[in-house]
Design a protein around this ligand. Structure first.
Ligand code: ARG
Length: 466
């Protein structure tokens, strides 16, 4: 189409000189917003269809625009459409190429639209897809947590508060705590999806448009759940992006906490897990080392996502209505967070699936060599009518003398127990055995094996695996 005049600069004839090359580079977003191209094309196709549907352009013109846009999609997929800095952003790049392909009618595409409502539409379409993708990854992660939990209902692990041995736990109970966190992540993403899924298209630059557009028509074509009620809000709202970054940050908080535990568990001091070769690395100088790089990286990457959330909040807080170029900065924050969350979920899923092995013998030793059954001695007395606080003080004393004598509670003779309190009977030994201590915490949501089995069943049903 050599006879068609293409816009040399992206804006109007009001401008006489070209942009300074460094400013052009500074201003351009094509380097990263090219990632939005498929969404831009889809959004533009819906807009073109609406223009034809409402009679703003002719049906033939509408068809030309739609198929021209489809051609650009093919070119892009085949690696033949690679716009450079001169295009400024993905929106101009597409419009320019469209005009090359279909001729002057390409210049009608931007009727009754602004890049402001266009970029908002693209970003929402993009995020919608990403949220669904991340939800799938969360489900995969949950699935591995559930099967690990299933194998370890009766495996015991020390439970901690203040990182001090507190009470023993079913390992499955510990893992199911992470399942609950990720279930909230999954639900939260679903709730946020509802607010991402609102169409700003048709808000125009800020005030709406003089053309008889049909915003519900484009919203329907693009499967949006509704339209923004206010055009100013439509083009300047980024709450949905901030909400997504909040959800992404919480996912990272959860993954990072699990990472921290795996790192501790893999240390010689804890020795609760062994890292498999497929998921750990060595040291370049210390031949004995096996490093937990995966959880360390996940823990480290959490910071980037929190940073993007903070960045977006600061980006928004001082912006007068409506669109401001500052908003161009939302994209890299979103893109990087999406990549980070996906890769961390994937890595942690693989790590749990095949990268760590629980050292059951070591865990068994661990729960047998501490005073984490002390509460159960107090509970034992309390169940026999001794006021709990009195029982608690008494057991504190036993712990103190046992520590001094280098003994554990299970090593006390019945005479020693009886000397402390006449209520002690031979069944005290059974009552303080770790498996019994765990089984006895059968309150709703507790670590008792029956509770854990029930929780496992409910969890499976919640993710559709039941
Ligand atoms: N590249 C821009 C962005 O990402 C597109 C919207 C530009 N709008 C404008 N009025 N300059 O935000």
């Amino acid at each position: 189409m050599t006879n068609v005049s293409l816009p040399t600069s992206t804006w109007s004839q009001r401008f006489e000189t070209a942009l300074h090359p460094a400013i052009a580079r500074f201003n351009a977003s094509i380097g990263f917003d090219i990632q939005l191209i498929e969404y831009d094309l889809t959004g533009s196709q819906a807009h073109a269809r609406m223009l034809a549907h409402t009679g703003i352009i002719s049906p033939e013109e509408g068809e030309k625009l739609v198929s021209g846009l489809e051609q650009i999609r093919q070119e892009y997929r085949e690696g033949k459409f690679t716009p450079g800095i001169e295009a400024e952003d993905v929106h101009f790049a597409v419009e320019r190429r469209l005009t090359e392909i279909v001729g002057d009618v390409g210049k009608k595409l931007h009727t009754a639209r602004s890049r402001n409502d266009q970029v908002g539409t693209d970003t929402r379409l993009y995020l919608r897809d990403q949220i669904q993708q991340i939800r799938v990854r969360v489900r995969e992660f949950q699935s591995v947590l559930l099967s690990l939990a299933e194998q370890n209902v009766e495996t015991l692990i020390p439970g901690y508060t203040h990182l001090q041995r507190a009470q023993p736990l079913s390992l499955a109970h510990h893992l199911l705590a992470y399942f609950e966190m990720s279930q909230r992540d999954w639900e939260r993403l679903g709730e946020i999806y509802q607010r991402v899924n609102v169409s700003p298209l048709g808000s125009g630059a800020l005030a709406g448009t003089t053309f008889p557009i049909d915003r519900h028509y484009t919203a329907q074509l693009l499967n949006f759940g509704g339209v923004y009620a206010n055009s100013l809000d439509g083009v300047s709202d980024r709450d949905f992006a901030i909400e997504f970054l909040c959800a992404a940050s919480l996912i990272m908080v959860h993954l990072s906490r699990l990472s921290e535990e795996v790192i501790l568990w893999a240390s010689e001091e804890f020795g609760f897990v062994t890292l498999k070769d497929s998921c750990s690395t060595g040291s370049s100088i210390m031949p004995q080392k096996k490093n937990p790089d995966v959880p360390e990286l996940v823990r480290g990457k959490a910071g980037r996502v929190f940073g993007h959330l903070q960045g977006m909040l600061v980006l928004m807080k001082g912006l007068p209505l409506a669109y401001n170029k500052d908003l161009q900065e939302d994209k890299e924050a979103l893109f990087d967070s999406v990549i980070t969350v996906n890769s961390c979920l994937e890595a942690m899923t693989i790590l749990l699936l095949e990268g760590i092995e629980f050292r059951t013998v070591r865990l068994q030793e661990a729960v047998n060599e501490d005073f984490s059954n002390a509460t159960d001695v107090a509970d034992y007395l309390a169940a026999k009518g001794v006021p709990f606080r009195e029982a608690y003080n008494l057991v504190g004393k036993v712990v103190k003398t046992s520590l001094a004598q280098n003994k554990l509670l299970k090593d006390l003779t019945l005479e020693e127990w009886k000397a402390l309190h006449p209520a002690f009977e031979p069944d005290i030994y059974e009552a303080i055995a770790p498996a019994r201590v765990v089984a006895a915490r059968n309150s709703h949501g507790g670590t008792g094996f029956d509770q854990v089995r029930q929780a496992l069943k409910t969890a499976k049903a919640r993710v559709g695996e039941g």
